[in-house]
Design a protein around this ligand. Structure first.
Ligand SMILES: C[S@@+](CC[C@H](N)C(=O)[O-])C[C@H]1O[C@@H](n2cnc3c(N)ncnc32)[C@H](O)[C@@H]1O
Length: 217
């Protein structure tokens, strides 16, 4: 028999479920996750990079690419297909990648804010593309999360600035916050074109957005 407390709890749960059903968000997200798995990708994030690629053509055959925040591996896998066997993808993440990676992907576990394997970065000289899908562990406090995301973005921008070849491209996820405009202005000054793009496959409620910087000066 249900106690009044349990009954209230159950009622709350079913209300939540029907609210999600009404918005359709969960069904769309489930659909993307299922589709990613069926196409051999570990995460639905693949579709964000696919949308970016379809619109801006950031990756091409034989490119040398750095993928910052590469775990669980969807972007690296997708990029490896586009750059082909003569291209190369260098991935870095705090976490390991559990999927089997193609031979043109080299991934290491490290913290971009405090790299222990610094030579790994300088090995990737002549870089054509820097991708950063890094996201901090969220705290629920929007200002703190945005500040931590900004810190990661600055680090990624530093890598792009130091290692990209002329005309190289930089893609960077950022949580919109107080520092967003300053960051975008900074990136804009170093690239021929700089756009802000929110892929359809991003969670609608999420504050994440992508800076697309094309053609390093
Ligand atoms: C949204 S996930 C990236 C998903 C990835 N693009 C994919 O398609 O599989 C964000 C990643 O950023 C990584 N990350 C966060 N802070 C980092 C740091 N300081 N150094 C390296 N990676 C970091 C997290 O561990 C997490 O795996």
């Amino acid at each position: 028999m249900l106690t009044p407390k349990k009954h209230k709890k159950l009622h709350k749960k079913s209300n939540k479920k029907s609210a999600k059903k009404k918005t359709g968000h969960n069904q769309w997200e489930d659909h993307l996750s299922r589709r990613a798995r069926s196409e051999g990708y570990p995460a639905r994030s693949i579709y964000k990079l696919e949308e970016i690629q379809n619109k801006y053509k950031v990756l091409k055959k034989n490119d040398l690419v750095i993928d910052l925040g590469c775990s669980p591996g969807s972007w690296s896998l997708y990029a490896s297909k586009l750059v082909g066997e003569k291209g190369r993808v260098y991935g870095i993440d705090l976490k390991t990648i559990d999927i089997k990676l193609p031979s043109n992907v080299i991934a290491i576990q490290d913290n971009i804010l405090n790299m222990t394997n610094k030579p790994f970065l300088s090995d990737a000289k002549g870089l054509n593309v820097v991708l950063s899908d890094m996201a901090p562990a969220t705290t629920g406090r929007k200002d703190v999360d945005a500040l931590r995301s900004f810190e990661l973005c600055n680090m990624a921008f530093g890598v792009a600035n130091d290692l990209l070849v002329k005309n190289g491209n930089f893609i960077c996820k950022i949580f919109q916050g107080n520092d967003f405009n300053a960051f975008q202005k900074n990136v804009k000054s170093k690239f021929k074109m700089c756009k802000v793009f929110k892929p359809e496959s991003c969670r609608k409620q999420s504050k994440e957005i992508y800076i697309i910087a094309i053609g390093k000066k």
